[in-house]
Design a protein around this ligand. Structure first.
Ligand code: CA
Length: 721
């Protein structure tokens, strides 16, 4: 057991001098927990058994959450994760009177994906870099703030930004998973850590945590991310009081020579080929879980294969269980009960980590207990909650990788041309790795019978990597992002694109309504409303037909996180966290907790003025062979975060990371190397790549970016406009 003295400084409350909301400038402090097996670390000096009255959540309250409709005690409100509020004070007739009750700055200039919890008058929210804030829901006063002190260089292990999606609560404590893989229990009254656990198999692997923990039967459940880098996925259950590991379920098998952890792993290994364990395998449980108390089953969603390209991961194919699956587990011991695999032999980054919802549906005149999911692959699945039997599946967005799902086998009817891993040819495949639906919370209204989600039509040209060399230090996808063909480009141009808010009838498996809109989390209410974020405001729509009924004042940033609703002093409130890179990494994100109620009249301060940096690259003078080499290195090493230079921060990431075409460091070999090799931007999350790239390779990457920046500068206007 390792006692980590630094834990005692890894928190602060407003009662402590020098504490307060910290931004990106909060520094690189925070030690790395020792490598090796997960070790419990007990914080010294915490008053055990403090007479807290905060977050008094237990099994009885969570099971009876519908008896307390004014609370929001777990991330999906109830174990079914429907994100449906039974509150009905705010209606289509009065929603126009909704206004800001109060707001609080979160003091961190990154994208925010946190769903708040509301428990007995207190709101708990997380921010980017895994910090936690507690607010008095009546006044907006900040009660405490916990700084997780995530080592900033860990940011370069995160494929998709340093986000966090929220806390769990239990018996006077709130729990946060940190980007660097720790699970921390905080005293809900003070924000002081009670215990802290390293959940990672190894700190030498690129594991991350961005998802919200859940508490079931007194155990804290948490998974992790990292399947873009070469890790093996798993979910763990810790005793909520002590932090002791109770059970762990791996989602993909390890090396058979080491023996399998359980029969499920032996079964799964039958569906793999080659030496997959050397590449990690993937299947990370990075976001969704749900629990059905009636059936006493825990449902987890698993991620994509690692690497993406199945021919490299499992030569000769195979289903590769339990990638891209919903897996039902016994919550008492983590043992396998059933699984449904959405994408057998996954090869396109088609995770099934998207929100899982448990519901009762009447199908063909029979009441069925179901689990529902709309994963990245574009199909909406309805499964029997007890057995995992596929009841129905239909594409909710544009897809070309499969023409449908065979209900007799439960398997997709694949388009052979999409299997670039087998054909070896570039293929324009829809959806792209961005997914037809990503992490954004889905809601379900028992009143309308519709599921609400943000959907997207998108596509990418996939092709196998040439000369793949596994390197878990950088993105490890096994595909060649530069490859193309006239046929693939023609197909790509033909495929539809666009983002929209979608209401889906899961019984009829058909669209109820759609409206254009960017990806964001959903909230459904008994008042007949759906709330979701947009590029600059919170929006309320009719749950029945999608008509826009209200739009908040301009909040100067995008809202992508999931809203909640709660009742305080007899008034229904709606709370949501704002903050989204608005197509430019350097733009202020205006990260805030926003709380609305009928008649609210608080005012936000004016937007911070922002002038985008100029696109002013040095001339491109490098030989073409250097630029070509630099392109390949860039795509292997840099693309997963920065995407194409001159593209204003990317197609998928949309400004989460700097567009390197605009980097002032391009003018100087030394300045560029100081960042890439010297780690000069490590405090912002850009670690040194000195163990991956040498000086010549770094210079080739600089030459490539300069070439692309000049092309962008000569192109039709700035992509910022
Ligand atoms: Ca992925």
């Amino acid at each position: 057991m390792t006692v980590r003295a630094s834990v005692s400084v890894a928190f602060c409350t407003l009662l402590v001098a020098g504490c307060g909301p910290s931004g990106d400038s909060s520094g690189t402090a925070g030690s790395s927990p020792s490598a090796g097996a997960p070790a419990r670390v007990q914080t010294a000096g915490v008053a055990a058994g403090s007479a807290t009255r905060a977050a008094r959540v237990d099994t009885a309250r969570l099971l009876a959450a519908d008896d307390e409709p004014g609370q929001w005690m777990s991330t999906g409100r109830t174990y079914s994760e429907q994100r449906y509020s039974p509150l009905a004070q705010i209606t289509p007739e009065n929603v126009a009177e909704l206004g800001l009750a109060w707001y609080a700055d979160l003091g961190i200039n990154r994208t925010q994906e946190s769903t708040p919890l509301y428990i007995d008058g207190v709101l708990y929210v997380t921010t980017a870099w895994s910090n936690v804030h507690a607010f008095d829901a009546r006044t907006g006063e900040r009660l405490w703030m916990y700084d997780a002190k995530v080592p900033r260089e860990w940011g370069s292990r995160a494929c998709c930004d340093v986000v966090n999606r929220g806390v769990a609560a239990w018996n006077g404590k709130v729990y946060v998973g940190t980007l660097d893989g720790r699970l921390v229990a905080l005293d809900a009254a003070t924000g002081v850590p009670v215990w802290e656990i390293d959940t990672l198999l190894s700190r030498d692997l690129a594991y991350t945590i961005t998802g919200a923990p859940r508490v079931v039967k007194g155990r804290v459940l948490i998974g992790n991310g990292g399947a873009e880098y070469g890790v093996r996925g798993y979910v763990s259950a810790y005793d909520a009081e002590t932090g002791e590991l109770v059970w762990r379920f791996f989602t993909v098998p390890g090396n058979p020579a080491d023996g399998f952890e359980n029969e499920a792993m032996a079964m799964a290994a039958e569906t793999w080929n080659g030496e997959w364990w050397k590449l990690g395998g993937g299947g990370t449980v990075w976001d969704s879980m749900a629990y059905d108390p009636e059936l006493d089953l825990l449902y987890i969603g698993t991620g994509n294969g690692s690497p993406w390209n199945q021919a490299l991961r499992s030569p000769g194919g195979g289903d590769n269980l339990f990638l891209s699956s919903i897996v039902a587990l016994d919550p008492d011991d983590g043992s396998y009960v059933w699984h449904y695999q959405t994408t057998p032999g996954e090869t396109w980054d088609y995770t099934a980590t998207q929100p899982i919802i448990v519901a009762d549906l009447t199908i063909d005149g029979v009441e069925r207990r179901v689990v529902m999911q709309a994963p990245k692959n574009g199909f909406f699945y309805v499964l029997d909650a007890k057995t995992g039997e596929l009841i129905s599946a239909k594409n909710f967005a544009s897809v070309n990788w499969a023409s449908g799902i065979d209900l007799s086998t439960g398997r997709p009817i694949e388009n052979p041309a999409a299997r670039y891993d087998r054909t070896g040819k570039p293929a324009a495949v829809q959806p792209s790795p961005g997914g037809a639906h990503s992490w954004h919370p889905m809601a379900f209204s028992p009143e309308t019978g519709f599921a609400y989600l943000s959907a997207s039509d998108n596509a990418l040209i996939y092709a196998p990597a040439r000369d793949f060399i596994p390197n878990p230090r950088v993105s490890n996808l096994g595909i060649d992002l530069a490859a193309s063909s006239p046929e693939a480009l023609a197909e790509l141009a033909r495929l539809p694109s666009g983002d929209y808010v979608l209401a889906w009838d899961p019984v009829a498996q058909r669209e109820a309504w759609r409206v254009p809109g960017p990806a964001a989390g959903m909230l459904a209410t008994a008042g007949g409303l759906v709330f979701h974020g947009s590029a600059d405001s919170l929006v309320a729509r009719s749950a029945h037909d999608g008509t826009e009924l209200w739009r908040s004042e301009n909040v100067h940033t995008g809202i992508v996180a999931g809203p909640i609703s709660f009742e305080l002093d007899g008034e229904q409130h709606v709370a949501v966290v704002s903050g989204r890179a608005a197509g430019n990494y350097y733009a202020p994100s205006h990260a805030r907790l926003l709380v609305f109620k009928l008649g609210g009249n608080a005012q936000l301060p004016p937007a911070v003025e922002f002038t985008p940096p100029p696109l002013n690259p040095p001339p491109s003078t490098a030989p073409v062979e250097v630029i070509t080499r630099g392109e390949r290195l860039y795509l292997e090493t840099c693309w997963i975060c920065h995407e194409n230079p001159g593209n204003a921060g990317g197609i998928f990431r949309r400004g989460l990371f700097p567009d390197l075409a605009y980097s002032p460091a391009l003018v100087s070999r030394e300045a560029f190397a100081a960042i890439v090799l010297g780690g000069a931007r490590a405090p912002n999350g850009m670690a040194s790549f000195a163990d991956t790239l040498d000086e010549e390779e770094t210079e080739a990457i600089r030459a490539y970016i300069i070439d692309r920046a000049n092309a962008a500068a000569e192109g039709p206007g700035s992509p910022y406009l």
